[in-house]
Design a protein around this ligand. Structure first.
Ligand SMILES: NC(=O)C1=CN([C@@H]2O[C@H](COP(=O)(O)OP(=O)(O)OC[C@H]3O[C@@H](n4cnc5c(N)ncnc54)[C@H](OP(=O)(O)O)[C@@H]3O)[C@@H](O)[C@H]2O)C=CC1
Ligand SMILES: CC(=O)N[C@@H](CCC(=O)OP(=O)(O)O)C(=O)O
Length: 342
């Protein structure tokens, strides 16, 4: 036990936290030494998440940076945005490395954050130092980071779908259409009217059209993938809510700069992701159930009437949240990226 690294899970009662527990309880190099919740009665983790009964014997405590620093080297924050940026500075001041699952450290520019999230950013230093935790694109930067901004679930799907085309400068950068669908757990465990069963069951609707907060995140990262050369990437990102528990499928439409050949594109994707164990470039059309409860993102490419279509899917709670957080933790700890994730 002593050779294990102590990890705290902050925001323990939520869905992303449940996945963190589920995955990390199988990790040979990690001990979950603390869990926090605002709930009054110091709930046991397995009372919050009965699926974890007999797997974990841990009581939640209120958030206290000193206590966490006394027990853990890493904190994985599964808090809503704005709550994270209040918790991150005191943890980092005490030497705790942080992987933040919220959106608070994903956008490099505080003004862009304020514009899309409607709140001023209060941790300029953290924002400056955070590394965007999408290992497939930024793997070399992750081991040395002290603060990781874990990507959004729609963002990961869309970025992984588009990165090879942008990196190779094969498509026009404006007007890229990302038509994405998510299961309801993407909205978290806290009840909201649109997620109420009679509202979302047997229903299918778009939301956030033209103003979803993952738009600037997708554009920012893909513009970085382009190497800062040329025009910025501008996507038209439209999310939809699908009445299923989990999973995201994005269908991306892009205008090629020259004639596109499907077979060559599939080969490009295979070579681009050859060193990325969690991207499966497939020839069939991916379906959410194929990646459910896994850390895989499945991607394929088609050419239809001269346009490039990329279809990508992943599990929003795993590759879209807790799984990629553990991928990042593995890289920071020097473990194989796949540890506890296969
Ligand atoms: N769901 C998903 O698919 C994905 C989620 N994310 C991000 O991960 C984070 C967690 O998401 P998810 O687990 O779905 O969310 P949940 O709503 O399920 O859980 C968040 C937890 O944070 C705690 N919390 C809520 N509000 C506050 C607050 N104001 N201050 C402190 N703690 C608070 C609550 O725990 P308690 O009441 O016990 O204190 C709650 O259970 C979010 O930032 C989300 O955007 C990222 C990618 C995908
Ligand atoms: C279905 C649903 O509501 N999904 C969430 C996205 C969840 C996620 O990845 O985003 P953050 O980490 O940025 O919150 C939404 O559209 O806001």
């Amino acid at each position: 036990m002593s050779s294990r690294v102590g990890v705290a899970i902050v925001g323990a009662s939520g869905y992303a936290a449940r996945e963190l527990f589920r995955i990390l309880l199988n990790h040979p190099g990690v001990a979950i030494t603390a869990a926090t919740s605002r709930q009054d009665e110091a709930p046991r983790v397995d009372a919050l998440h009965p699926s974890l009964a007999r797997r974990i014997d841990l009581v939640c405590e209120p958030f206290d940076a000193d206590r966490i620093a006394g027990k853990a080297d890493f904190a994985l924050l599964a808090l809503p945005h704005t709550a994270s940026m209040a918790a991150v500075p005191p943890l980092r001041e005490r030497g705790v490395k942080v992987i933040d699952l919220s959106a608070d450290y994903r956008l490099a520019d505080a003004q862009v954050y304020a514009d899309w999230y409607g709140h001023a950013h209060t941790d300029a230093r953290g924002l400056d130092e955070a590394v965007y935790g999408l290992p497939e694109l930024f793997r070399p930067r992750i081991p040395g980071a002290s603060l990781i901004a874990n990507p959004g679930c729609y963002s990961s799907t869309s970025i992984l779908a588009l990165a090879p085309l942008i990196a190779e400068d094969l498509i026009e950068r404006s007007g890229i259409i990302v038509d994405a669908k998510s299961g309801v757990s993407g909205g978290g465990r806290a009840p909201k009217p649109s997620f109420h069963f009679p509202e979302c069951n047997e229903n299918f609707s778009a939301y956030g059209v033209g103003r979803h907060r993952h738009t600037p995140e997708i554009d920012q990262v893909l513009t970085a993938v382009a190497g800062g050369k040329g025009d910025p990437v501008e996507t038209i990102f439209t999310p939809h809510l699908v009445p299923m528990d989990r999973g995201i499928l994005a269908t991306v439409y892009a205008q090629p700069k020259r004639t596109a050949v499907e077979h060559d594109l599939i080969e490009l994707y295979r070579s681009f992701y050859a060193s990325s164990p969690f991207v499966r470039v497939v020839s069939h059309l991916p379906a959410t159930k194929d990646s459910s409860f896994t850390n895989f993102c499945d991607i394929t490419v088609r050419v239809v009437r001269g346009k490039i279509l990329v279809l990508a899917c992943l599990d929003n709670l795993v590759k879209g949240a807790a799984g990629v957080a553990v991928q990042n933790l593995n890289l920071m700890l020097g473990h194989p990226e796949e540890t506890a994730l296969l």
